[in-house]
Design a protein around this ligand. Structure first.
Ligand code: BGC
Length: 569
């Protein structure tokens, strides 16, 4: 990537084009995942049709027109399978069915087809690292003796110490606390321990076991057969464990960690690729929190996964230099294997951008979540809107988490007795957890349930704030300056403009507090991170701005503009 530097003259230099394995035709539907706008649906909180206070598939069905008007190309459903909800559905007890609170398998099939008719593809979440403790395999393992075949599908081990009352090793759960729970024998005496990298209700599978591999390949086929266009792979780097279960050690070398990013994963995902390739245009999308770019990119080689979430961008603070570095690194690294970049500002695990960007520390880290951090939501909202325009202008695929398009803030004052997230409880209440970004969406009306549920008296699974009347879809649809209108306009332009979505980008020469990216010869996105307004580079037209422009066409602080550049010489 070369940076243009002639004063005031925007010149675009393309980033490296996709190389190995990357000869592609961006307009081909088979490569839809390279530039799609993908909307994440957290089904519990999207829309409730039956009035029980929990979102459901019939609710999504009723709102398909909303998604199509928004202009998204695909929806990703977080797990919709039967689950005791020990971790919001990421504890799956049956992959071939739908949780009764959401609906039925028939409704899911109809929904996939109805969405497809509107041009919206469906992505489902598969959680291969673990199952629910209610899954028949784990129940069978619990009822079988130590050393039995049933227990081989999981990680059962005797404890250490004289009475076996210490866990087999010192691994720590991703949610805090030990990663092992002790079982009880049928006679009530203490038994073996089992491994769970997340909550105790999520026992880890043993990926060295052939049945575990076969079962997941069948699950992929099950959903591909039902018209699903892609699979989001949960905790994709954690599946394989060193069978000796050694301690983690101080700073394991990449690939040497006992359970993160083990080399054997490549082979597993290659076999998933073979399954996906036996259908047309199906995408495999990894949730990979890996900081080493060389290791990360191995998963995106042409015979492994198609794409992965870009968490480096998500965690980045609101800072021109840091974001530019993250963008440059992303483009360079993906270019090495011809994979498309993805751009993500939020999801169901992280603090909502409106809140995060309104704080002194605008970065995101799981370990830093706390109650009572001073927040200026007005600044946060300005920045979140500007960030949205930046994100949707970048080359590759963009993800939008439900409610982001409404500018919803994190709900930080949920009543303690309504909280559900194991992350909160396993931190002894120090971490507020992730419930605050999962509150049911406000659709219409002046008070809860804001049209989320058809019954005014519905007791929602998480209560909504009393001051969300200004954030409803109904109100924002009527307001051309609303965040919803901004997202709609941006997604429409992104679809129509031939240079947006997948492709190359260049940089404009700008002041240090300003980022300017170009797409094609005639499009630029300029973002002002500084405190003072700036003059836009020469342009023919402001296509869209995240907030009102100032007199003389100057771009205010914390604002982004999409502009049409003059035709080149
Ligand atoms: C999901 C989380 C979930 C975890 C365990 C993740 O990365 O996004 O919501 O708690 O995996 O399944």
């Amino acid at each position: 990537m070369v940076i243009a530097s002639q004063a005031g003259q925007p010149t675009a230099d393309p980033s490296p084009s996709p190389q190995p394995g990357g000869s592609f035709d961006p307009s081909s539907p088979a490569l839809w995942w390279r530039g799609a706008a993908i909307y994440e649906i957290y089904p519990r909180s999207f829309s409730d049709a039956d009035g029980d206070g929990t979102g459901d598939l019939a609710g999504v069905r009723q709102r398909l027109r909303y998604l199509s008007d928004l202009g998204v190309d695909a929806v990703w459903f977080t797990p919709w399978y039967p689950s005791p909800m020990a971790d919001g559905g990421y504890d799956v007890s049956d992959y071939r069915a739908i949780d009764p609170s959401y609906g039925t398998l028939g409704q899911a099939e109809e929904l996939i087809a109805a969405a497809a008719e509107l041009g919206i593809r469906t992505i489902v979440d598969v959680v291969p690292n673990h199952v629910s403790d209610q899954h028949p395999w784990f129940q069978a393992a619990l009822h079988a003796p130590a050393g039995s075949a049933e227990r081989q599908r999981f990680w059962f081990r005797p404890g250490r110490g004289v009475d076996g009352d210490e866990p087999p090793n010192g691994w720590i759960s991703e949610f805090g606390g030990r990663a092992w729970t002790r079982t009880r024998n049928p006679d009530g005496s203490p038994g073996e321990w089992y491994l769970h990298l997340f909550a105790p209700g999520q026992p880890d599978l043993n990926w060295g076991h052939s049945e575990v591999r076969l079962e997941h390949e069948e699950v992929l086929r099950f959903w591909f057969d039902r018209g699903v266009a892609g699979i989001r792979i949960d905790s994709a780097a954690l599946l394989v464990k060193d069978p000796d279960l050694p301690e983690v050690g101080d700073r394991p070398e990449p690939g040497e960690h006992p359970y993160i990013d083990r080399d054997e994963l490549q082979e597993i995902y290659r076999s998933w690729r073979v399954v996906a390739n036996s259908y047309d245009d199906r995408a495999l999308i990894g949730e990979l929190w890996l900081s080493d770019p060389d290791r990360f990119i191995r998963y995106l080689r042409p015979d492994v996964l198609n794409s992965a979430f870009n968490f480096d961008f998500l965690v980045c603070p609101w800072d021109a230099g840091r974001l530019r570095a993250a963008i440059e690194e992303t483009i360079a690294v993906h270019g090495r294997v011809g994979a498309p970049a993805t751009w993500v500002l939020s999801n169901h695990d992280v603090t909502r951008p409106v809140t995060r960007y309104g704080r002194a520390d605008t970065s995101f880290a799981f370990g830093d979540k706390r109650y009572g951090i001073p927040t200026d939501l007005d600044i946060g909202r300005r920045r979140a809107r500007a960030a949205a325009l930046l994100t949707m202008a970048l080359p590759g695929c963009v993800y939008i988490y439900q409610g982001e398009e409404l500018g919803l803030p994190e709900v930080e004052d949920l009543p303690p007795d309504r909280l559900q997230d194991p992350m909160h409880f396993r931190s002894s209440g120090v971490d507020p957890g992730r419930d605050g970004c999962r509150v049911p969406l406000p659709w219409s009306g002046e008070e809860p349930p804001y049209g989320f549920s058809p019954r005014a008296s519905a007791d929602l699974w998480l209560p909504q704030p009393k001051d969300w009347a200004d954030l409803t879809v109904e109100l924002q649809e009527r307001d051309p300056s609303s965040t919803l209108s901004l997202y709609r306009s941006a997604l429409q332009l992104r679809r129509e403009h031939p240079s947006l979505g997948d492709g190359d980008m260049g940089w404009l020469s700008t002041a240090p507090d300003v980022l300017g990216i170009t797409r094609g010869g005639d499009f630029a996105c300029v973002v002002n991170f500084g405190l003072e307004p700036v003059t836009l580079p020469p342009h023919d037209q402001v296509l869209l701005a995240s907030d009102e422009m100032l007199k003389g066409g100057r771009l205010p602080a914390d604002t982004a503009a999409w502009i049409r550049l003059p035709a080149g010489p």
